[in-house]
Each structure stands twice: as structure tokens, then as C-alpha cells.
Design a protein around this ligand. Sequence first.
Ligand code: AMP
Length: 294
Amino acid sequence: MMVLRGAAELSALGALRGAGPLVLVPTMGALHEGHLSLVRQGASLGPVVATIFVNPTQFGPGEDFDAYPRTLDADLALLAGASTAAVFVPSVADMYGAAGEVTVRAGRRAAGLCGASRPGHFDGVLTVVAKLFGMVRPDIAIFGSKDAQQCLVIEQMVADLRLPVTLLDAPTVREPDGMAMSSRNRYLGAADRERALCLSRALAAGRDLVAAGERVPAVVERAMRSALGPADAVDYAVVRNLPELDEGTGPLAGRVLLAVAARVGPARLIDNVALRVDAAGVEETRLLASSTRS
Ligand code: AMP
């Protein structure tokens, strides 16, 4: 596994080009099985370039940029064991340089959910992802559906800016008790970890209601919010249409996202499930059009 510790070393990626599609897996490190599942999915397609960069521009004032876990040595060992061809570990100067005046502004899909409670977050995500696309020049990039809105906002950027990259989303990897894996789970003590289960339980409650025939979004949202009772604060518990994340006007139908965000102790946690609802019934579905086709 090549470890590229700065933009000056990126030319070494030339050795990987031509051996199948080059696959990019961007991360902020503090890696867990969820991240590794993206790498494994990528490695089945072509050489994988993982990146580790805690991107300052996607954190708001008062958020956890300074506290965010940084575990580079452990991350490199995990990636080496997961068939990663190369890891790019840029510095802030590599990514933003002296000026850094030009940024990407997220579109309509970033208006609600996490975009509403974290102003500027998705502009920061898109700016760094666009830069990584330009620096690594991947054929394919893989993102986790754990961060559903992020996947959809990136999909819109790729379409609107005509970027020559195919996006794939990877299913959310969960702990045996249902909790979605997240680097921020490290913030949770045992009691908070137990309470944090309310996020996946809220989604299960919502999904079960829809599976039982409920089609009124407000009823599903109320059930999810009520299941989030153990959290310290609920940010949102919503049903949205896919892929635009708009609120439906009528009964729930087609591809929809059930999404929750809540604070538990020191951690702001998110989770979601994507469903296809039609006459034949209700089933979990992939987020991105390109993944749905593959
Ligand atoms: P992060 O390091 O949190 O920025 O995440 C890097 C990538 O891993 C993003 O595409 C995330 O959506 C994805 N990811 C994070 N947690 C999970 C998980 N539990 N299952 C699948 N993918 C995940």
C-alpha cells in the first residue's frame, strides 16, 4: 500500500492508472468497519485510493473539529489489511493553500435536514470532494449511505458540474444491536451508547409502520420522534422523497428516505433508511441512481 503524505506525492498514483477503474474512497479517518466496507466494495472494481483528511471547512463554529478523533497509525494498518492500493493523507495547506477563495455552493438538496442545522456544512463537503476529484482523478468514487444527504448532494454536484466520475453508495454497516457505525460513536460512554440505540430503533419503528401500510408522512414522523425520546435533543425525524429530499404533498409513495438526527450526550448522531414504497410492498432501496442501476 502506497502512503502519499502530501499533494507533491500524488504523481505516484500514475502507477495505478490503467489497472481497471481507479476508485476513490474519501474519509476523515478514525476508521471502522463501515469505512472498510467501502474500500472492499471498491477493491472489487479496481485499485482503491483512500483519503484521510479531517476537513476544517465542513465543521461549523463550536462543532467538534478539534475533538474529532485522529488515529492515523491505526487507520493505515486497517487500510493495509483491506486491499487498499494507496492512501492519500493531505495537509490543510495541500487542500486549501494560501488563498482558498473559490468554493462550491451546494444546491437545493442541501437546504433541509443536516444542511439546515449545520449552515455551510455541505459547501465544505462539496469543496473538498471536488478538490479530491481533481487531485486523484478517480473513475469511481464510493460514499456511504449512512450520510444519505451527503451522497445526494454530491450526486447533484457531479451532475450539475458535469464531473467525469461515477458515484456509488455503499450500505450502512451496523453494530450487532443495530447502531450505525460512526467515528463519533467514540464520544459515547456506556450509558450514552445505550441511549443512542434510539436512532436505529426510531427508523425501525418508522419502517415497520410503513411496512404495515401507513402512508401518512406525519404519522410516521411522529412515531420516529417519539422513539427518539431517550435522546437529549432531537434535530429532525423526517420522511423525504428521493432523490430531491423534498417533502411530499400526499401519501407516501415511490422512493423515500426516513432520516433522524439527534444529540446523545456529547455526540450529534445521524441515521437513515431508504425505502421503495409501491403496490408490491415496501423494501429497502439504494440511494443513488448509479448504484440502483448496477
Ligand atoms: P467519514 O470519515 O465519517 O467522513 O466517512 C467517510 C465515508 O464513510 C463516508 O462516505 C461515509 O458515509 C462512510 N461511512 C461512515 N460510516 C459508515 C457506516 N456505518 N457504513 C457505511 N459507510 C459509512
